[in-house]
Design a protein. Structure first.
Lengths: 293, 333, 799
C-alpha cells in the first residue's frame, strides 16, 4: 500500500499530490478493529454504583454538563463534519454526486462553528477544562488498569471531562485544525466567491503536502468519528451522550464518575472546574440547569 | 524518471469476436483494460504514454456492433462501431436524421471519419491540452486545474458547467444525438441498460475523471434514435479555426418543430462550452410559442448564455454561443 | 533543333518516385546491424543538468549506450547550439540520446534515466526580459551581440511611457536611417501609427529531420533531410569532428524545409557520433512531437510603425521599431525586415530601430521570407489605412510607392535592383483578380457575411552569384548535370538544369540530373535559402554549358578539322555549321574526351572554381567530356522578386469566421522557367502566409514555459479547404537583364503577399479596422465586432 499519491509535475518533477485513498480503507479497518477489540476486551460496566451520600448533599438532582451553546456547537460541528466526510469520501469510493460545493460550504460552516467554539471557550467556559494535567494522566493510567480488569484497579473519578474524552477532543482538534487550515488554502484552488482562485499560490510540492495533510486529517477523522460514535453508544457512556442532547446529567452519574474536587459544583448550584484553571478558579462556573428550569 | 512521448508502449491485445466476449474481457481487466474502437482518441493517449493500459480490447472484429438498421417502429439503431463516414452517408440517416448526418460529416477529415466510430466519437475524452500533455491535473487524478489560472491558455475551454475542471466535450455527434433525443444502449456483464443521450454525459462536478456514465466494464453497443420528427427543421453548425482536422470551438445542434409559423417544440444543444453537451432548455422554452425569427433567436440566445462565465481567453464563446443559438432558431431549415 | 525547355512544363525526374511512394527519405534507409536512438528532452524551459543516472537504462537488455552533450565535437556555448546540451534553454531541447536494438527498448531506456535538473529562470516574452530585473534566457544575458552575450534592460520609465497601448521603445542596439524622419513626417498629410504583433510560428515540414549514420573505413555515411546537399556535407563533418572528405552525405529527397534544414540540422550529430561510439549504424527517427521542438521556427516581432504620406499617396516617412523574439540562440529576421520594407515602399525618409532578445522557446531559423513576410503583413494594412484617409485606391497607392528598374533602391545602402517590374506585377494581378470590380464589393453585406478585399505586395531577395556548374557528357551521349543543390521539394533540382539543355540545344530527355549524394561528385552550390537557387544555378549551369559548347567545338575541330567556331552544337551532336553530317555525337565526343584527357576530361579545370568543385571534377576525371565553370556573369544590383496577391474574403459577423472566396497572385520573378512549378511555389507560399495570418498557432503556457501546439491539430497549419480551390496566378515574365537566363527566385516572396492580402482583406471587411496582430483568429474578430473584451493583450505573444 502506498501512503502518498505522487505525480510528475509539468517540469517532470516528482511531487506528492495527495494521500493514497487506500488509507480510507485502512482507517475504516483500523476503526473497526478498534471497536471490535474494545467491545470484546472492555466489559460494559454501567457505573460503579457507589455513591457517597455526603457528597450528594446540597447538590441539585440535575447538573448541567453542557450549555445550550456548547451543545449547539457540538451538533452543528458534527453535522458539518458528517457532511464533509460524506462529500469527501463517498465520491472516492464510487458514490458520485456533485460534492465540491457542498463540501466547501460545509467546511466554511465548520470553520464558523469552530470559531464560535473558540470564542465560547474563552468567553464563557473554562479554557483549562480540557487541559490534560498530571492528575488526568494518573486517572488515565488507573482507568486503563481498571478497564483491563487488573485486580484491585478501580476506575477513578474524573474531572468535568474524563481524560479519554479530553484525548479525543485534542486528537479531533488537531486533525480538524489540520483539515481546516489546509481546506482554507485549498479553496484557492477552486472557484468560490470567498477567496480568489490562485492555483499557483504555493509551489507544486507545497500544494502537494497541503493535499496530503488534508487527506490525512480527513482520514484521521474517519477513525475518530468511528471511535467517537462507538463510545457514544456504549451503554456505560450513554448518560454522557444524553448530556450532549439535553445538557444535564443526574447527580448520581456526577458522583459516580466525577471527582467533586476536580469538578466542583459551586455554592450557587453551579458546576465548575477548578483543577489546573490557573488564576481563574471557579470563576467561570455555569448555572446548573435546574436553576434555569 | 524522464518523460518519453510519441512512442506506443507495449500492451496485450485482445480481439473479441462478440459483445459477450468483449464485455467479459472488459470486466476481467477492469481499469487496467482499454476499449479500442477507431483509435483516434486512444492512440493519442498511447503514443504519449500517458494512459498505459495493460490490455487493449479491440472492438474491430465485433460485427454485431457495426451497421445501421431501421426498427419496427421506425426507430433507427446505429451500432457503436459504425464508422462516422457511414453515419454521414447512410441513406436512412440522411433522410430521417439529416442533423446527425451533417454533424458526423463535419468531424475532422475524411480519413478520420473512415476510421473513427460513432461510439468512439461520443465517448472520446476531452482535448484540454493541459490534460493531454500528461500534466497531473484534476482530471488526471491530481489536485489542480492548470487551465483555470489567470494566465492559462484557455481559449478552447468552457464557459458553463465548470467544477474545478474547465475542459469541454469535443464531440460533434453528441449534441446532435441529444437534440434527436437518442438513447444509448450500454452492455456490461450485468446486462443491458439504456440512457437518454442527455443523461449519458456527466460533468466534473459528478466525476472529474470521466466524460460519460460509462465505467470500466461498460460497453456502448448501440445508439437508438426515435422515429424521425416529421416536418421538423434542423440546424447544425460548428465553428472552428480550420475547415478540416479541427474540433469545434462551439457547435450547435437543434431540432425545431414549427407549426403555423410558430415554434411548437425545440431541442437545442450546444457543445464546446461545457464539459458536457449542454441542452439550452431555457432558450428552448423562450422560443416555444414564438415565430422562428431573428428576434426570437436573439432573445433565446441571450437566455442561453445567462450565467455563462468566461475564463481569461474565452469570453468570445459567450457571444458565439448566443449567436449560434440564435441561428439554430432563425436559420433552422 | 531541340525545343527550348525554358518556359515549358516538364515532369521533374523525381516526381514519379514521389507520387508512387518509391522515393526514399532518410528514415527509409537501413544498414546492416542498424540500431535505433531516442532522445531525452528537457522537461524544463531552462535548466542545468546536475547529474544523470543512466545505470538502470544501461542495464536493460538491448540498450547499447548513451550519448551525452560533452561527447560531441560541437558543443553548445552562448548562442552556438549543440545537438545535445547540459543547459537546456527550451522545453524539449535534447539532453542526451540512447541507442538500443529497437525503438521500444530505446524509449523504455529513456524513461528509466534519471536526470537531476536545476530549474533556471526562463522567459517567453522578449518584453519581460527587457524589464529591469526581468529574466534572461541565457545565464550570460538576453542578447546576442557579435557572438557574445550581453544583457539589455530598459528602465521602467520606458514601459510606463508606453502604457498598455503602445510598444515600449527603449534603447535600440540596431538603428539606421535614410533622410530625415522628422522632416518626412512634417511633410506628411496623413500619418498612421500602430503597435503590431507578428507571431512566431514553427516550420512543420512534413518530413521530420530523421537521420541515419554509419561509419565505414573511417568515413561517415549520413542519410538526412536537407535543403542543400553539397553545403550540408561540411556542416556534418564539423559536427562529427572529421574532414569533409570523410563524409558521404545522402539526401535525395527532402519533405520540406522552409528554411529549417538549410544545411542539415544540428541533430545530425547524434547518430553520427553515437554510431561511431557504439560501432553500429544508428537511426534516429524524429517524431512529429520532437520535430515541433527541434524543427525551428520563425522569429516573431512585437513592433511599432508610423507611416507618413503626402496627399499624392507618396510615402514621406517610415518609422519602424521591432522587438524580435530570437529564441534561445538568436535570429536575424529583423535585419531583413527593415530592408524589405524599403523594397515595398521606397520611403523618402526612414528610420529603423530594432532589438533582438533571446527567449526560452525553441530555436529560430530562417522561415520562408524571414523578416520579409512579417514586415509585409505588419505594414500593408497600415498602408491601406492611409489610403482610406487619403481617398486613394489601394492598388494605386502601392503603385505610387513601388520601386522600378531605373531608380529603385534597397535598404540602408540604397543600392540598385537588377530589375523591378513591380508596377507591372501589381497591374497584372489587379487585372487577373478584377480589382476594379471587386473593390466595389468591399463592405457589402450578404446576410451575416461581409465582403472584404485586400492586396499584399511582398518583395524578397531572389538570387546570388558565384556558384559553380558541373556537366559531364558520358559515352551514352547524355548530359549529366551534377547538382550540388538539394531536392528540397521544389522543382529547382530539375529546373536549374534546363539552361544547360537549352544552351546545348539538347532535348530534355537526354538530360540526367545527378543529385542527392555527395559521393557523386557535386559542385559547389548555394545553400538553398534566400530564394537564391533558381538565379544562382541557372547562371552556374548556363556558364558550365557555355564552357561545354566551347569544349565540344574545340574537340570537334581537333578531331575533324576546321576552326572551333565553325562548329555548332544541337540535338546531341557537334557539327559543322550547315552540315549536320560533318560532326560527331555527344557519345562519340565523350569517348574522344576520355582518350584525350586533359581539359576535355577533367584533367584540367578553371582555376577560379571552388575547391569543392575542383575535387568533384578530379573525382570524375576520365569519365567523359567534362565542363565545369564558375558563374562569373555580371550582376549590377540586388536581385529581388515581388509578388502581389489579391484576396477576397467573407467575414461572418455572427461567428468571426473568415472564408477566402478568391485569390489571385502575380509576380515579377524574371523569366518564367517552369510555369506549373512557379504557380505551385507561388500559391504554396501564399497559403503558407495565409496560414500564419489566419490560424496557425504556437501557444505556450506562461507559467511553465511549455508549448501545447506540438501536433498538427493543435498548431493548425492551413489545409486545402481553407483556401479557394482555384487560386489564380500570373507572371510578368520579363527577363532580368543581369542574368543570362533572366530568372529570379520565387520561393519566399509569396508568403508575405498571401499573409498581407489576407489581413488587409479582413481589415477591409471590418470597415478598415486593423487588429494589427497575427494570427487573426475568429475569436479575436468576433470579440472586436461584438465590442467584447479583447481575448489577448495588445502585445501578447504565443496566443
Ligand atoms: C486530429 C483529430 C481531429 C478530430 N476532429 C474531430 C472533430 O472535429 N469533431 C469530433 O467530433 N471529433 C473529432 N475527432 C475525434 C475523432 O473523430 C474520433 O471520433 C474520436 O477520436 C474517437 O473515435 P474512435 O472511434 O477513434 O474511438 P477510440 O479512440 O478508439 O475510442 C475513444 C474512447 O472511447 C472508448 N470507446 C470507444 N468505443 C467504445 C464503446 N463501444 N464502448 C465503450 N467505450 C468505447 C475508448 O475506450 C476510448 O476511451 C478528431 C480526432 C483527431 C485525431
Ligand atoms: S480543464 Fe480539466 S482537463 Fe484541463 S487542466 Fe483543468 S482539470 Fe485538467
Amino acid at each position: 500500500m502506498e501512503f502518498l499519491r505522487r505525480a510528475l509535475n509539468p517540469w517532470g518533477q516528482d511531487v506528492p499530490i495527495g494521500v493514497s485513498w487506500d488509507l480510507i480503507w485502512a482507517a475504516v479497518i483500523i476503526g473497526a478493529v478498534f471497536v471490535v477489540g474494545h467491545a470484546l476486551m472492555v466489559p460494559k460496566k454501567v457505573g460503579t454504583g457507589e455513591i457517597d451520600p455526603d457528597e450528594a448533599r446540597g447538590l441539585p438532582e440535575k447538573l448541567q454538563r453542557h450549555t445550550v451553546g456548547a451543545r449547539g456547537f457540538h451538533w452543528s460541528m458534527s453535522a458539518a463534519m458528517f457532511v464533509l466526510l460524506i462529500t469527501a469520501f463517498f465520491p472516492v469510493v464510487g458514490i458520485q454526486f456533485p460534492w465540491v460545493t457542498i463540501h466547501w460550504i460545509a467546511g466554511v460552516l465548520l470553520i464558523l462553528t469552530v470559531l464560535y467554539h473558540i470564542y465560547h471557550v474563552f468567553a464563557k467556559q473554562d479554557f483549562w477544562a480540557m487541559w490534560i494535567g498530571r492528575r488526568d494522566i494518573e486517572e488515565g493510567k488507573q482507568g486503563l488498569k481498571a478497564a483491563l480488569g487488573r485486580p484491585g484497579a478501580k476506575r477513578p473519578r474524573a474531572a468535568k471531562y474524563p481524560v479519554d474524552q479530553k484525548m479525543f477532543h485534542h486528537a479531533a482538534t488537531i486533525v480538524t485544525i489540520g483539515a481546516v487550515v489546509t481546506g482554507v488554502l485549498m479553496m484557492f484552488r477552486i472557484d468560490n466567491f470567498l477567496l480568489p482562485q490562485n492555483m499557483y499560490l504555493f509551489s507544486d510540492s507545497v500544494w502537494g503536502w497541503i493535499y496530503v495533510i488534508h487527506g490525512v486529517c480527513g482520514i484521521g477523522l474517519i477513525f475518530l468519528v468511528i471511535a467517537h460514535v462507538y463510545f457514544a453508544i456504549r451503554p456505560e457512556k450513554r448518560w454522557m451522550t444524553w448530556s450532549m442532547i439535553n445538557g444535564w446529567i443526574d447527580r448520581d452519574r456526577y458522583l459516580e464518575n466525577h471527582d467533586p474536587e476536580r469538578w466542583v459544583v459551586g455554592e450557587r448550584g453551579a458546576v465548575g472546574e477548578l483543577e489546573g484553571s490557573g488564576g481563574g478558579g471557579g470563576g467561570t462556573g455555569q448555572p446548573a440547569l435546574s436553576d434555569k428550569a | 524518471m524522464a518523460v518519453m512521448r510519441d512512442m506506443i508502449p507495449p500492451f496485450e491485445l485482445f480481439q473479441p469476436a462478440g459483445v459477450d466476449d468483449a464485455v467479459r474481457l472488459m470486466r476481467e481487466h477492469g481499469d487496467k483494460g482499454w476499449v479500442l474502437a477507431g483509435g483516434l482518441d486512444t492512440f493519442d493517449w498511447f503514443k504519449d504514454r500517458i494512459k498505459r493500459p495493460e490490455a487493449v480490447i479491440d472492438l474491430g472484429g465485433v460485427d454485431e456492433l457495426k451497421g445501421i438498421a431501421v426498427g419496427d417502429d421506425g426507430e433507427l439503431e446505429i451500432g457503436a462501431m459504425t464508422s462516422l463516414t457511414e453515419v454521414a452517408e447512410n441513406g436512412d440517416v440522411r433522410s430521417g436524421y439529416p442533423l446527425l448526418a451533417e454533424a458526423a460529416g463535419l468531424v475532422a477529415t475524411p480519413q478520420i471519419r473512415n476510421q473513427g466510430t460513432l461510439g468512439g466519437n461520443i465517448i472520446q475524452d476531452t482535448r484540454c491540452w493541459y490534460y493531454r500533455s500528461g500534466w497531473p491535473c484534476y482530471r488526471a487524478g491530481g489536485n489542480i486545474c492548470y487551465a483555470a489560472t489567470p494566465r492559462s491558455m484557455n481559449r478552447e475551454h468552457c464557459i458553463v458547467g465548470a467544477s474545478r475542471c474547465v475542459a469541454v466535450n469535443p464531440s460533434d455527434t453528441a449534441p446532435a444525438l441529444i437534440a434527436l433525443d437518442a438513447e444509448m444502449v450500454v452492455a456490461s456483464t450485468g446486462g443491458e441498460r439504456t440512457y437518454p443521450a442527455e443523461d449519458f454525459f456527466i460533468g466534473p462536478d459528478i466525476d472529474i475523471e470521466r466524460m460519460t456514465v460509462l465505467e470500466p466494464g461498460d460497453l456502448l453497443t448501440r445508439i437508438r434514435l426515435p422515429a424521425p420528427w416529421s416536418g421538423a427543421r434542423w440546424y447544425f453548425e460548428k465553428i472552428r479555426d480550420r475547415k478540416a482536422w479541427d474540433f469545434s470551438l462551439v457547435s450547435v445542434a437543434s431540432m425545431v418543430n414549427v407549426e403555423g409559423g410558430v415554434i411548437r417544440d425545440a431541442r437545442i444543444v450546444v457543445n464546446g462550452i461545457a464539459p458536457y453537451p449542454v441542452r439550452a432548455t431555457a432558450a428552448e422554452r423562450a422560443a416555444t410559442g414564438q415565430a422562428p425569427s431573428d428576434e426570437t433567436g436573439q432573445a433565446a440566445g441571450e437566455i442561453a448564455v445567462r450565467g455563462a462565465r468566461a475564463l481569461r481567453h474565452n469570453d468570445y464563446k459567450i457571444a458565439l454561443t448566443r449567436n449560434l443559438v440564435k441561428r439554430a432558431i432563425r436559420d433552422a431549415a | 533543333m531541340a525545343e527550348n525547355v525554358i518556359g515549358t512544363d516538364i515532369s521533374p525526374p523525381d516526381l514519379r518516385a514521389k507520387i508512387t511512394g518509391q522515393a526514399r527519405y532518410a528514415e527509409d534507409f537501413h544498414a546492416e546491424g542498424m540500431v535505433f536512438a531516442k532522445l531525452l528532452l528537457s522537461p524544463m524551459p531552462h535548466a542545468r543538468v546536475l547529474g544523470v543516472d543512466a545505470s538502470a537504462a544501461l542495464a536493460m537488455e538491448g540498450v547499447l549506450g548513451i550519448l551525452r552533450a560533452d561527447e560531441l565535437p560541437v558543443q553548445a556555448e552562448g548562442t552556438r547550439e549543440g545537438a545535445l546540451t547540459d543547459e537546456p534553454k527550451y522545453e524539449g531541447e535534447p539532453i542526451l540520446a540512447v541507442a538500443a536494438v529497437d525503438e521500444t527498448t530505446a524509449a523504455a531506456a529513456v524513461e528509466a534515466i534519471r536526470v537531476d535538473l536545476e530549474p533556471l529562470p526562463f522567459v517567453l516574452d522578449p518584453l519581460d526580459s527587457l524589464r529591469e530585473g526581468g529574466p534572461d534566457a541565457q545565464l550570460g544575458g538576453n542578447m546576442a551581440g557579435r557572438g557574445e552575450l550581453t544583457s539589455l534592460k530598459w528602465p521602467a520609465s520606458v514601459f510606463e511611457e508606453a502604457g498598455a497601448d503602445r510598444l515600449p521603445m527603449g534603447e535600440a542596439p540596431v538603428e539606421w536611417a535614410i533622410g530625415d524622419i522628422d522632416a518626412g513626417f512634417a511633410e506628411a498629410n496623413v500619418v498612421v501609427e500602430e503597435t503590431i504583433v507578428h507571431q512566431s510560428v514553427t516550420h512543420h515540414p512534413m518530413e521530420p529531420r530523421s537521420c541515419m549514420a554509419y561509419w565505414q573505413n573511417g568515413k561517415l555515411f549520413l542519410h538526412g533531410s536537407t535543403q542543400s546537399t553539397e553545403r550540408t556535407r561540411g556542416n556534418v563533418a564539423r559536427m562529427a569532428g572529421v574532414e569533409p572528405d570523410d563524409v558521404v552525405f545522402i539526401g535525395e529527397y527532402c519533405g520540406g524545409g522552409f528554411g529549417s534544414k538549410i544545411s542539415g540540422s544540428p541533430i545530425m550529430a547524434v547518430p553520427a557520433v553515437l554510431s561511431r561510439k557504439i560501432g553500429r549504424p544508428v537511426m534516429l527517427r524524429i517524431t512529429r512531437y520532437e520535430e515541433n521542438y527541434i524543427g525551428r521556427a520563425r522569429a516573431g516581432f512585437q513592433g511599432w510603425a508610423k507611416l507618413g504620406f503626402r496627399a499624392d499617396g507618396r510615402m514621406t516617412a517610415l518609422d519602424l521599431y521591432l522587438v524580435q523574439d530570437s529564441g534561445p540562440y538568436g535570429a536575424s529576421d529583423f535585419f531583413t525586415a527593415g530592408t524589405v520594407a524599403t523594397a515595398s515602399y521606397q520611403p523618402e525618409n526612414m528610420r529603423f530601430r530594432g532589438v533582438a532578445i533571446l527567449t526560452n522557446t525553441p530555436p529560430r531559423s530562417a522561415q520562408r521570407a524571414p523578416g520579409g513576410a512579417q514586415i509585409v503583413a505588419m505594414l500593408e494594412p497600415l498602408v491601406d489605412k492611409a489610403a482610406r484617409e487619403l481617398d486613394i485606391d489601394r492598388l494605386e497607392i502601392r503603385k505610387i510607392n513601388a520601386p522600378d528598374s531605373d531608380d529603385g533602391w534597397l535598404g540602408a545602402q540604397q543600392g540598385r535592383f537588377t530589375s523591378a517590374y513591380v508596377r507591372e506585377a501589381l497591374d497584372l494581378g489587379g487585372e487577373l483578380f478584377g480589382w476594379e470590380e471587386k473593390k466595389q464589393l468591399s463592405g457589402q453585406r450578404n446576410g451575416t457575411k461581409v465582403t472584404g478585399v485586400g492586396i499584399g505586395l511582398s518583395p524578397f531577395t531572389a538570387g546570388s552569384t558565384g556558384r559553380d556548374g558541373l556537366l559531364v557528357i558520358r559515352p551514352d551521349g547524355k548530359l549529366y548535370v551534377h547538382q550540388g543543390i538539394g531536392n528540397l521539394g521544389t522543382h529547382s533540382i530539375a529546373d536549374t538544369a534546363r539552361p544547360a539543355a537549352d544552351v546545348l540545344d539538347l532535348s530534355w530527355d537526354q538530360v540526367v540530373i545527378v543529385w542527392g549524394d555527395t559521393s557523386k561528385h557535386l559542385p559547389y552550390s548555394t545553400v538553398q535559402a534566400g530564394s537564391q537557387t533558381t538565379h544562382a544555378h541557372t547562371r552556374a549551369n548556363h556558364a558550365a554549358a557555355t564552357a561545354m559548347v566551347v569544349l565540344l567545338q574545340e574537340l570537334a575541330a581537333r578531331e575533324l578539322g576546321g576552326s572551333p567556331s565553325s562548329y555548332r552544337v544541337a540535338d546531341g551532336r557537334v557539327f559543322r555549321a550547315g552540315n549536320r553530317a560533318a560532326g560527331m555525337s555527344f557519345g562519340e565526343a565523350a569517348r574522344v574526351a576520355m582518350e584525350l584527357g586533359g581539359k576535355f576530361s577533367g584533367g584540367e579545370y578553371p582555376e577560379d572554381l571552388h575547391d569543392a568543385t575542383k575535387a568533384a571534377v578530379a573525382g570524375l576525371a576520365g569519365e567523359g567530356l567534362i565542363a565545369a565553370a564558375r558563374d562569373n556573369y555580371e550582376r549590377a544590383g540586388s536581385v529581388y522578386t515581388w509578388v502581389a496577391t489579391f484576396a477576397q474574403v467573407e467575414l461572418d459577423v455572427e461567428t468571426g469566421e473568415v472564408e477566402i472566396i478568391d485569390l489571385a497572385s502575380a509576380t515579377d520573378c524574371g523569366t518564367v522557367m517552369h510555369p506549373r512549378s512557379l504557380a505551385g511555389q507561388t500559391n504554396g507560399g501564399v497559403f503558407q502566409g495565409i496560414g500564419m495570418a489566419k490560424g496557425q498557432r504556437w501557444v505556450f503556457d506562461p507559467k511553465w514555459g511549455i508549448p501545447f501546439t506540438k501536433r498538427f491539430y493543435t498548431a493548425r497549419p492551413p489545409g486545402m479547404l481553407d483556401v479557394p480551390p482555384r487560386p489564380r496566378f500570373a507572371a510578368v515574365d520579363k527577363a532580368d537583364p543581369y542574368t543570362p537566363v533572366g530568372a529570379k527566385g520565387i520561393g519566399e516572396p509569396p508568403v508575405g503577399a498571401g499573409e498581407a492580402a489576407y489581413v488587409c482583406a479582413v481589415a477591409d471587411a471590418m470597415g478598415g479596422l486593423c487588429l494589427c496582430r497575427t494570427p487573426l483568429t475568429a475569436d479575436m474578430i468576433l470579440a472586436e465586432l461584438e465590442g467584447r473584451p479583447r481575448p489577448y493583450g495588445l502585445l501578447d505573444t504565443h496566443v
